[in-house]
Design a protein around this ligand. Structure first.
Ligand SMILES: NC(=O)c1ccc[n+]([C@@H]2O[C@H](COP(=O)([O-])OP(=O)(O)OC[C@H]3O[C@@H](n4cnc5c(N)ncnc54)[C@H](OP(=O)(O)O)[C@@H]3O)[C@@H](O)[C@H]2O)c1
Length: 217
């Protein structure tokens, strides 16, 4: 396959880092991004062949535009955009007061997809709602921008990343009830992201990668 230019937002950690490294292993030019972990982004870019790093906060519209402009100036084009960066707050769903308007706003400004957007589950109601909105946007955008551009969403279940390092109760539950008997690795999700980017007749889809957890919960 021809080498592509690939931007992965939020790629200094977890799923984004694994996705960026998966594209790099294919010989693609990878652009790492994060907002706070600049040193880590620069380290990853310098240790990955054919890669560079662009700092920027994807929650700020002018910075999103600047990130894309930087990539096109440096590489001449953008072939694959992986909108991976995300944030959450762990709030019990019954605690409606804790899900303040500021929490809703912060989460909606950043997020990309999750199994929490497919089933009524997840770390908080604002988080799950932001993911459900993205899943709908995926189908709408695919209709609007095809045939030139394909738009798909990857919806992970519980994945072992720094984000979920303290979620031992949830991890034990997932391992007990999922058909595949374990939580996921960042590489499990990266493989699906990479496959979708390389599968030419799929668009507007939300693909769940959760070891079958959502079939059993
Ligand atoms: N882990 C799971 O179980 C799971 C399950 C379902 C879905 N997901 C989704 O998968 C995505 C990645 O999750 P993860 O677990 O890999 O998280 P992670 O390890 O915490 O990594 C998040 C990455 O996003 C960056 N980031 C955060 N806010 C950003 C912003 N405003 N602009 C640019 N970069 C930003 C972070 O770096 P800085 O903070 O330095 O910017 C970091 O590189 C998220 O969208 C999450 O909702 C995760």
């Amino acid at each position: 396959m021809m080498s592509r230019v690939v931007l992965v937002t939020g790629s200094t950690s977890g799923i984004g880092e694994a996705a960026a490294l998966r594209f790099a292993a294919n010989g693609d030019h990878v652009v790492f991004n994060s907002v706070r972990s600049v040193k880590e982004g620069e380290r990853l870019a310098s240790s990955t062949p054919n890669a560079h790093y662009v700092q920027g906060d994807i929650a700020r519209p002018e910075e999103s535009v600047r990130i894309i402009r930087d990539v096109i100036e440096a590489c001449g084009r953008l072939d694959v955009l992986v909108n991976n960066a995300g944030v959450t707050r762990k709030i019990a769903h019954k605690d409606l007061d804790a899900a303040s308007i500021d929490v809703w706003r912060e989460i909606f400004e950043v997020n990309v997809s999750s199994v929490a957007g497919v089933r009524p589950t997840g770390s908080s109601i604002p988080y799950a709602a932001s993911k459900a909105a993205l899943n709908h946007v995926t189908a709408l955008l695919a209709k609007a921008v095809g045939p030139e551009v394909r738009v798909n969403a990857v919806a992970p279940g519980l994945i072992d990343t720094p984000w979920t390092k303290d979620w031992q109760v949830e991890r034990t539950f997932v391992a007990a009830v999922s058909p595949l008997r374990r939580s996921g690795t960042p590489e499990d999700v990266a493989e699906l992201i990479f496959s979708l980017s390389s599968t030419p007749y799929v668009t507007g889809q939300v693909v769940v990668v959760d070891g079958g957890f959502s079939t059993s919960a």
